[in-house]
Design a protein around this ligand. Sequence first.
Ligand code: ATP
Ligand code: MG
Length: 419
Amino acid sequence: MKTSNFPIFTQKDITSEAELISHKLMIKAGIVRQLTSGLYTWLPLGHRILEKIKMIIREEMNAIGSTEILMPLIQPAELWKESNRWEEYGPELLRINDRHKREFCFGPTFEEVITDLIRKEVSSYKQLPINLFQISTKFRDEIRPRFGVMRAREFIMKDSYSFHSSEQCLNETYKKYSSAYENIFKRLMLNYTIVEADSGNIGGNESHEFHVIADSGEDDLLLDESTQGMNVEIAKIKYGETDVQKIINENNLKHVKGIEVGHIFKLGDKYSSKMKAEITTKESEKINLLMGCYGIGVSRIVAAAIEQNNDEKGIIWPSSISPFDVALIEIDGHKDKLVRNFSAVVYQKMQDSNIDVIYDNRELKLGNKLNDWELMGIPKVLIIGPKETKNNIVTLKDRVKETKTELHVDNICDVILQR
Ligand code: ATP
Ligand code: MG
């Protein structure tokens, strides 16, 4: 990729009253732009980061036998009336009418739509288990959209749904999801924790949340050395006490702040019983389907990763989700033919080795280009000027180690590839 085909939208100073460092840096680095409250455009740089995150999620979903589908974003009210959530969900549900005055909503979550699909397609235990996921835009009319994409109204979520004829099978799949989510957050190189959670308005019996630990997080987590942690809602229920400080002191718990990036639920027959989603068992009995659902906040992860990885110069991407592996900066290539030609050779070499490289051929001073790529958080920057061209070398600046080294042209790909 060359910057001539990849517009860079960095900004030195921002006017927006962004509170969080991640929100500020996402604007400065040209990752998103706000359209209006809670709605964001993902710029080229942001789009690449989302795609990297989605790729990791897809790989881990495939690894546990979950298959991708895509459901409509607009959902008919009738289904939501069947589950009672047309009433219960409240004003977060964006309700719309079509030209025939039929009622619809913009999907905030997809339990009704998937249950409707499965009740029509599946009638026997022999067709189970079924394990599906989608990655798509969701809409929740949040009362207070804030912190940029962290709490947006329109956002991207990976949501999975599994269907079973026995409790045991649901439990096994629930465990598989839990470990798939662990793999995902490890591969995203985030510092995370799992906590026992309340199932909120999705409902069901058992649920766990995955949180990225950050002081700016909106959720209070209580951690215990010996057992798994819990969020405050569940702690209040568990200890029968509303004073959180008292719970912490009396039970010797550690209080940390978290950003919820994933949530898994054992729903049981919550939706299938209301929506009459039944199957026939081996013994020819009719039973309600058992169900699990599993969400990941794809767009929120971008902000959460930045909260954990930044310095005074900008973002420092974990290598697994960096929009590029390396930025190649030529110094005054538009004036110096030799530099431009040598840069083109180095660029081609990296492309041949499948290195994700962005070649900065803008007519800008070296300092400005360097500041931009440091702000955008690219782990490695290669610089090529007259000195490098003459000696068949490149200068490598490492964003994390802050080192500067010279590499012979023949060694570039090897060094870049060892992350
Ligand atoms: P929160 O408590 O943060 O409002 P939630 O518990 O309502 O989230 P879930 O229904 O569990 O959200 O949705 C699955 C995931 O989608 C969440 O874990 C979160 O990462 C993400 N998500 C939820 N709401 C938003 C939002 N408004 N903006 C961005 N991501 C969101
Ligand atoms: Mg949740």
